[in-house]
Design a protein around this ligand. Sequence first.
Ligand code: FAD
Length: 431
Amino acid sequence: MDDDRFDAIVVGAGPAGITAARELAAAGLSVVVLERGQYPGSKNVSGGILYRQPTEAFAPGFEAEAPLERPIIEQRYLALTEDALLGGVFRSMKFAEPPYNAYSVLRSEFDQWYAATAEAAGAEIYPEFTIVDLVWENGKVVGVTTGDADGELLAHCVVLADGANSLLAKAAGLHREWQPVDQALIAKELIALPAEKIDDRFALPPGMGAAYEIFGESTWGLLGYGFIYTNKESISIGTGALLQDLIDSGRNVNDMLDRFKRHPAIAPLIAGGETTEYAAHLIPELHVDRLPQVYADGVVVVGDAAGLLNPVNREGANLAMLSGQLAAETIIEARKKGDFSARSLAAYKQRLDQSIILDDMKKVSKMAPFAHDRPHLFTEYPRVAASAALEYLTVDGVSKKEKQKKIAAMFKGLPKRRLLDDAIGALRTQR
Ligand SMILES: Cc1cc2nc3c(=O)[nH]c(=O)nc-3n(C[C@H](O)[C@H](O)[C@H](O)COP(=O)(O)OP(=O)(O)OC[C@H]3O[C@@H](n4cnc5c(N)ncnc54)[C@H](O)[C@@H]3O)c2cc1C
């Protein structure tokens, strides 16, 4: 083999790229990571939820060293109507003691720390390098280029970890440009608030955190959701929806987020806070049957770039890490064989097929079309439920029996056939 080439070039220093780079470097392969941002994580400004158990598998002992915000002890799933908020809360004291289930993190900080672990393993990481194209030799990918005269770098294998709607995977002919129906657009902000205010407003023990997912009016009823995550001294808040629905409805996510923040049930949670960061970002929403090809001669695709995300359970970073690891295992084997052909790299797809990533994606893939075809789940049903709760909880001299009749009439107003169809459809998503 040509020794002046790297064993692997990784494009993108997100969780997928960094995991791949770290595993490869730890196995003794020469690996370089090229990241367009000023530093790893600089393009991932807002907060997110990071699950402990899978992260521990990739970064043992990370809790002692990584910049983490708050352990998440409470999860709320809420529906927002024009004037009400209703839904379910789960707070567990088991989540409030080690081993924690999940943490809120600021990706701009976490990704930097995570990248340093790959450097410590021997990977070279170069920020402020935007890769604009791949380098080909006899129909095989053999490197990447920044587009400058001296911006070409060669390797036996290129790992595309450049995130949602990967332009490079498209350049490699592995997918067509993602369609608006295959991705969601999310606007997110980081709002600074003193820690004690966050504890008070979310009724949290000091240092503990909560995660809210909010449907319905948070997105004007479009398929999508709003979220609020508590960090140490800030709140991550965002909203977004399927790109196709945004286009069809003429809505934009900036207005959607402004409206969400002004809602009387949401505004008090962030009142007096200062917006310190803002970003809009794509999230893959590909049906598992429409996932792109993830390998070709000399190249593999990992993480969001390969559409590997479970939007229903809010699992992106951990699946990205796992795909990075599976890709690295495949490349290490390919290095031993001296064979980076598509045939050899196909083992990465086999690993994905046998992994929890595709298992879970198959499981949740039916849910998005189910919900998309039924906008009334996020609008009409919460409104009826809110009216029923308002009637029941208002003490106004009307007898409870009379109230019960009124509430029954509200639910009777819903088309029975549609209710049945919704129930059957919901059950079918679980098969
Ligand atoms: C608003 C929002 C909230 C989310 N919340 C959660 C959550 O709570 N929990 C969770 O697990 N997941 C969450 N996700 C999903 C999660 O962020 C992604 O699944 C995860 O970051 C994917 O990792 P990745 O390494 O594949 O891609 P990314 O993290 O997107 O990293 C890609 C990297 O490639 C770089 N890059 C792109 N193009 C180039 C190029 N041409 N040259 C060089 N570098 C390039 C980018 O700058 C970036 O650093 C959320 C996503 C969004 C948008």
